[in-house]
Design a protein around this ligand. Structure first.
Ligand code: FES
Length: 107
């Protein structure tokens, strides 16, 4: 069962166990992670599931689609090279140990 760590601005963290195939956003919702809003429920229409992927994990997580690139232009916090929409990341066993940072705000 892949384990994912969400780091928050206040120095706290949430560690969530998730089933393979679950999106990172769903894992956050099921795990009660603060800092992920996901207003659209994963339809890639809100950009309130924004996360910053730890540099060490960027290659394994993979790249963004063109549509995701477009949505990342409307995040509340600045888009960085390691920005991703968590609803677009499928958590596989390969991502066991993944670390992401939540932005200061999503709205
Ligand atoms: S949940 Fe809305 S874009 Fe990801």
């Amino acid at each position: 069962m892949p384990k994912v760590t969400f780091l928050h601005n206040d120095g706290t963290e949430d560690v969530v166990d998730t089933d393979p195939g679950t999106s990172l956003m769903q894992a956050a919702m099921l795990g009660g992670v603060a800092g992920i809003v996901a207003e659209c429920g994963g339809s890639m229409m809100c950009a309130t599931c924004h996360v910053y992927v730890s540099e060490d994990w960027m290659e394994k997580v993979g790249g963004r689609s063109e549509m995701e690139e477009d949505m990342l232009e409307s995040t509340a916090e600045p888009c960085r090279p390691n920005s991703r929409l968590s609803c677009q990341i499928s958590v596989s066993e390969d991502l066991d140990g993944l670390i992401v940072e939540t932005p200061r705000t999503q709205l």
